[in-house]
Design a protein around this ligand. Structure first.
Ligand SMILES: *Cc1c(COP(=O)(O)O)cnc(C)c1O
Length: 410
């Protein structure tokens, strides 16, 4: 979003007008930002055969999936329902990677029937898979490379007691299972999980994967997962995609040469593609002064945007209704009966009751993690596409809360 003539807008569409037309709270996404992130990733890896698999758990709206498909993206799904959503959006089974963790074998069988690429992260499941399918269904193996970058700056789910992936130290066991059941391993995968800052971390993980890859003769691709960091506030350090692209591509091409075959390089970004495209609009219900704090209480809460409370995530907040007024310090909170603080001691242009406050970086893990807690309705979603606003999800209604309830005659 940008400030034009003192008004925040996306592709010329004024946010205040959207709040007036569609009501609040409201999620708004900028298709042009998604496109530019998608293009940036592609050009960073232009010297390799690279496929982007959008991690759709970050923003699972059908229209967003169709949008990304139209740009040339493929899909990463973590549940059978996401797989079905992907099919509904028009992705072919071949374009979908299914990466389950701790799901039932029955669900994996369902995914096999659909024909998507299966990514397994558990030796017990690998054995069940071998027992059932032998070499008739190609499979990808998710490894845990135990990448622990120095300090706690680069957090990782690749640590030793993470529930994800099969430990790289279990390679001998993996190979026994693969040869015993004659498994057709066509891909290796890792997803270290979090905000990775520098190219060196990717390269170290890549070296581990290349080393593992030598054990498999029939690979078609190596999937490096995601973890690209985007900016949440001004001055944030972000992943230098161009640097990662250049260094990783060079290492990958060298590996392919040694392997004797050109492989595909896959990525599964969620945040990188959609985080910055989203803005969440809320209305200030009350301004409340206490002895120490001035609270701005908005018509939303942890039920609609849980990242600040769950992950201590920082979402920049701006007053859309007053872009140039005197700055004052506010703590922005929700209306849920919990301590649902969106932002502590934020400098905002003076907030009056009724003002529209916007939360940035609301594209990823925002609507997709929304709930009905406190029996509140989930917001509407709007996509700004080719200069126009399109409603892509209706606001919930009271009936939606009752839909599946079975009322006893008491
Ligand atoms: C969540 C997830 C991603 C996306 O991570 P981001 O940080 O949003 O880019 C990619 N791959 C897998 C397997 C995931 O579970």
């Amino acid at each position: 979003m940008e400030l034009v003539n003192d008004k925040f807008s996306i592709q010329g569409v004024v946010l205040e007008d959207l709040a007036a037309e569609y009501g609040t709270p409201l999620y708004v996404y900028d298709a042009a930002k998604i496109k530019s992130q998608f293009d940036r990733l592609n050009s960073a890896f232009s010297t390799v055969d690279m496929k982007v698999k959008f991690a759709c758990k970050s923003l699972t709206n059908l229209s967003i999936l169709k949008l990304l498909k139209s740009y040339g993206s493929e899909l990463d799904c973590v549940s059978i329902q996401e797989v079905r959503m992907g099919l509904k959006a028009g992705f072919s089974p071949e374009q979908i990677l299914y990466t389950p963790n701790c799901v039932s074998f029955a669900e994996i069988q369902e995914a096999v029937k659909i024909g998507v690429m299966i990514n397994l992260d558990n030796i017990s499941i690998l054995e069940q898979f071998g027992n059932e399918y032998h070499d008739s269904v190609p499979v990808c193996i998710r490894l845990n490379p135990h990448i622990m970058a120095g300090g706690n700056k680069k957090i990782s789910t690749g640590h030793a007691d993470s529930k994800f992936g099969i430990s790289i130290y279990q390679m001998a066991h993996i190979l026994k299972v693969v040869s015993t059941y004659n498994l057709n391993v066509v891909g290796l995968h890792m997803h270290t999980g979090s905000d990775i800052l520098d190219a060196e971390v990717f390269l170290r993980a890549a070296e581990i994967l290349f080393d593992a890859a030598k054990n498999f003769t029939n690979l078609d691709f190596i999937d490096f997962g995601s973890g690209f960091k985007v900016a949440y506030k001004e001055g944030d350090i972000t992943t230098d995609i161009e640097e990662v692209g250049q260094k990783l591509s060079a290492a990958f091409n060298e590996f392919c040469e040694a392997y004797g075959r050109k492989l595909q390089m896959w990525f599964e970004p969620g945040k990188f593609l959609v985080s910055e495209s989203g803005v969440f609009l809320t209305k200030t219900n009350v301004v409340k002064t206490t002895p120490a704090t001035v609270f701005a209480g908005v018509d939303s809460g942890m039920n609609h945007l849980i990242r600040p409370m769950m992950y201590d995530a920082y979402h920049e907040i701006v007053n859309v209704s007053n872009t140039s007024g005197t700055k004052r310090v506010y703590t922005v909170v929700g209306y849920i009966c919990e301590t649902d603080t969106f932002g502590l001691d934020r400098k905002l242009s003076e907030v009056k009751e009724g003002d529209i406050l916007a939360f940035k970086n609301a594209g990823a893990y925002s609507f997709s993690m929304a709930s009905n807690y406190n029996s509140r309705l989930r917001p509407a979603e709007v996509l700004i596409y080719e200069g126009k606003a399109h409603l892509i999800r209706k606001r919930e209604e009271f009936e939606d809360l009752l839909k599946n309830q079975v009322e006893l005659d008491i």
